[in-house]
Design a protein around this ligand. Structure first.
Ligand SMILES: Nc1ncnc2c1ncn2[C@@H]1O[C@H](COP(=O)(O)OP(=O)(O)OP(=O)(O)O)[C@@H](O)[C@H]1O
Length: 301
């Protein structure tokens, strides 16, 4: 691997008694990096630290070889950050806020117009931001994140609140940025269909890094993990109650995930319906295993 894009060494961050990040170590290459994990696992905290928006307690973080604390100005010029919460400028129209940000980032109006079109926001140019729907506000925040020309786009849950068409449009923006040689650090707790083309996958759980490697290595390391589509929620709940070594993943479809022998043990499941697990399904499996080990450990105490 060449120079890592983002490197964290023993990174630790606490909020009072909460250890939001606990000795995180990874070296992510340029390209598409996807950070997965349940609610509260520390994803946003990690994104804010890398974006220089939040100080950390211990360890070391480098972006493109530069230690972030002593190079904040330079790092900020490399990164555009989409926060989880929408940018709120309720008293401005869409056109006004886009013009304002274009001036700020010294980007031509043509770029803003293109993004307005791409994200389906052109018809709302004269609408006050405060009057936009949640999904349209999210689209506008995404537009503003993609407006500056940066090397790295850190996107915290860009797909939240978006309808199917909005998701497709954002995925197109991500593809386009990657094609131009930009890097994307994507945070998600839902499947995005982008995992399969990622260059690096990070899985956080309760502030600890459970996995950090390429999707290929992840698939190889967990080649015994399979999945099966399940139609009914009551059936899934029954399975989860009786089989702790399987879990559920919600993608385009809802599936039950576990090692092949565990799935075969579930009555009503036909072997021929079991298929190899996707990246996000493997992620669900890894997180479930970590939680299981934790609960076994607590039971033993
Ligand atoms: N400013 C803060 N003050 C106190 N605790 C915080 C603060 N920010 C985050 N935390 C705590 O740190 C932990 C990690 O939070 P974080 O927002 O990074 O999780 P996340 O993985 O992004 O979650 P989600 O998927 O819900 O957005 C949580 O326990 C959270 O309550």
């Amino acid at each position: 691997m060449g120079e890592p894009l983002i490197m964290c060494k023993e990174l630790t961050k606490t909020f009072g008694k909460t250890r939001a990040l606990d000795r995180i170590n990874f070296s992510a290459p340029p390209g598409l990096i996807i950070l997965l994990g349940k609610n509260g696992s520390g994803k946003s905290t990690l994104a804010k630290i890398i974006s220089t928006l939040l100080p950390y307690d211990e360890g070391n973080v480098k972006v493109k070889g530069k230690e972030i604390n002593s190079n904040k100005g330079e790092i900020r010029q490399m990164i555009s950050y989409l926060p989880q919460d929408n940018i709120v400028e309720d008293a401005l129209t869409v056109q006004e806020i886009v013009e304002l940000y274009s001036r700020l980032f010294r980007e031509p109006d043509t770029k803003a117009n293109e993004l307005l079109d791409n994200l389906g926001l052109s018809p709302y140019r004269d609408t006050l931001v405060g009057n936009l729907s949640g999904g349209l506000k999210r689209r506008l925040s995404i537009l503003l994140a993609f407006l500056p020309d940066r090397d790295i786009y850190i996107l915290d849950e860009p797909f939240e609140e978006l309808d199917f068409w909005g998701r497709i449009k954002v995925m197109e923006l991500i593809h386009h940025a990657l094609k131009k040689g930009k890097s994307i650090f994507l945070i998600s707790h839902t499947a995005t269909w982008l995992e399969e083309i990622a260059d690096y996958i990070l899985i956080l759980h309760q502030g600890k890094l459970l996995y950090a490697d390429s999707p290929n290595n992840l698939k190889q390391a967990f080649k015994d993990v399979y999945a099966i589509e399940m139609g009914s929620l009551s059936e899934i709940k029954k399975i989860l109650k009786n089989h702790h070594n399987v879990t559920v993943a919600i993608n385009e479809r809802v599936s039950v995930v576990g090692e092949r022998h565990a799935l075969s043990n579930i009555t009503k499941i036909k072997n021929e319906e079991i298929r190899e697990a996707s990246i996000s399904e493997i992620c669900a499996f890894i997180v479930n295993n970590a939680a299981l080990q934790q609960s076994n450990f607590i039971k033993k105490l």
